[in-house]
Structures are given as C-alpha cells and as structure tokens.
Design a protein around this ligand. Sequence first.
Ligand SMILES: NC(=O)c1ccc[n+]([C@@H]2O[C@H](COP(=O)([O-])OP(=O)(O)OC[C@H]3O[C@@H](n4cnc5c(N)ncnc54)[C@H](OP(=O)(O)O)[C@@H]3O)[C@@H](O)[C@H]2O)c1
Length: 315
Amino acid sequence: MRAVAVRKIGDRPELMELPVAHPGPGEILVKLTSASVNPIDLGIAAGLLPMPQVFPLVLGVDGAGRVVEVGEGVSGFSVGDVVHGQFLRAPLGHGTFAEYALVTQAPDNGALRLVPDGMPDEIAAALPTAGMTALGALDAIGLRAGQSMLIVGATGGVGVFAVQLAAARGVEVIATARPEADGWIRGRGAAHTVDHTAGEVAEQVRKTHPGGVDAVLDMTRDPDGFAKNAGLVRDGGVAVSPALIATPQLLASERISVINFMMRDKPNLLAGITAEAAAGRITVPIQRTVALDEVPAVLAHSSAGGARGKTTVRI
Ligand SMILES: NC(=O)c1ccc[n+]([C@@H]2O[C@H](COP(=O)([O-])OP(=O)(O)OC[C@H]3O[C@@H](n4cnc5c(N)ncnc54)[C@H](OP(=O)(O)O)[C@@H]3O)[C@@H](O)[C@H]2O)c1
C-alpha cells in the first residue's frame, strides 16, 4: 500500500510502498478513503508522543473509511462498516496517511465510531482530533451564556470548532484572525476579532474589553503570549492551553484557573462533536483537500500561516 511514513524519528515524512498489516486479536483493518492533518502528526514524526513505535512509522491520526477485516474477539464493528475516528494506538506506526490503517477496537489512546448516515467521509475524517479538543476544552472551561472568551488560534482546526461551539452556547467570542479571515470567522460566530499579525493580542483586547474576559482558550505555543493573554482573565476565570505551554508558575495561580488541557474520555467527545456536525449545529470548514502524495509537502509547510479550518487528504 502507499503510505506517508518516517523510517526513524527525526526523518522527513515521505511517500513509501509498505505491506498491509493484518489484524490480530481485538484489531480492525480499515481501508481509508479520507484523512485529515493535525499538528500532532509532525509531533509524532519528531518522537514527541511518549508511546512505543514501529518503523517505518506511518503518520496520520484522523481518518475515515470502511472496515475490511476484523481480528478475533472484535465486537461492535463488522466488515463493511464505515468508521471514523482518532486512530491513535500503541505501538504508533499504523496511521491514517495510508491506504489501510490498523486500529484497535477500543483504541487505547484514541476513539473509533460508525460514521452517521449521510455524513461524507471527508467531514468524518476532518472532525476527530480538532473537534474533540474543542469540545473537551469548552466543557473544561464551562462558560455560561453572556460570558466572554478570547480564542487565540481561532481560524485553525481546533479554533474553528471552538468558536462555533462557544457561540452556540451564547458566549461572546473574541477571535484572533488575519484580516483576510475576519469575515470568515465572524460568519462562524465570533462577535469581535483581533488581528494577531498586527501587534500583541492581549494589548489589543484590553483596548476593546478593558474589564477583561471570563476565559481564554489559547492554541499557540508561545508561553509569554499565553501568560499575557491569561492576564486578561477576570478573577475566578479560566485560561486553557491545549498546546500544554502554561508554565508551572502560571498553573499555580490562585487568581484564576490555568489548565494545560489534555483530552479525557475520547469516545464520548467523538460522539459529542460528531452529533453536533450531524445535526448541522456546527459546520466543518475544509480549507483544502490534497492527495496522499502531497502530504509530505503539506507537513513541511504546516506552520506557514493563514489557517482556515482543516486540511483533508483524499485517499
Ligand atoms: N491537548 C490536546 O489534546 C490537543 C489536541 C489537538 C491539538 N492540540 C494543540 O492545539 C494547537 C492547535 O491545533 P490546531 O489543529 O488548531 O492547529 P492549526 O490548525 O495549525 O491552527 C493553528 C492556529 O493558530 C494560529 N496561530 C499561530 N500562531 C499564532 C500566534 N502567534 N498568535 C495567534 N494565533 C496564532 C493560526 O493562525 P494563522 O495561521 O492565521 O497564523 C491558526 O489559527 C496545536 O498546538 C496542537 O498541538 C492539542
């Protein structure tokens, strides 16, 4: 099969021809039709996830496709089922940037579900990691209608779901966006925007919201920027970093709650975000769709800027 993989940690991802693995007990083989790209893909290629690995290590955690083989003892999934999810399992290396992926029935670190009737595979593949993160982070923040939240990284994969979910809960959303994405993110529920390329975000927000905000959800990997944005949060509010960059000093704050957000109960989060999309309460914006052989170039330029939702892979 064709797959995008690395031969060792630190290598640049490349398209390879690899054998198809067959499912052992409790495992499922999925013939993928669609996958989506997440920052964690490069993190895995760099060895940042502390999990066992097999090489060549096929990258990609999000995907959708059809079950073509099930191992002994598998229940709840049968050959022919159309499934989607976060195919994270130990050992890492049977990912979704491939024609086939091997997943465990109850992925030890991910989540797998049947795709709802009528949902296109591409949408089902775009949802899992970013959507589950947005839903889990918003649940952890727990805002009420009428409260305010700054979302930094609002136009990216996690951000675009977070903006929509928060707006649907009646939260006043202040979203970061480049000027060219301003109308696009307002159209998804942002009440205000801040151009993160035009100066410090916290400084700009303080001008329009001198009393601060109730919460900050900051997707960036800049600890100083996060600390400044957390400084906007009113006493008793919450600042969340899905990129896990809140410093110990900030985490110890007694003034506000500061959370380095890690997902818990992924099967429920996947069910929740998929239900939101299936009911049309959120849209799943796909910025572009690429072919499998374009994935190495997409990963090489993934920090180029100008995100507008998700990049999906047609397989
Ligand atoms: N903890 C978890 O379970 C978990 C799960 C998923 C993701 N994450 C983390 O969450 C983060 C976001 O993931 P994603 O999938 O949303 O990534 P993404 O699609 O690449 O989006 C990144 C977003 O951040 C914006 N951005 C980048 N630098 C910025 C800056 N200095 N100031 C303001 N905005 C900036 C980008 O806007 P421009 O492109 O316009 O600059 C874009 O909107 C990543 O760090 C990822 O690793 C964590």
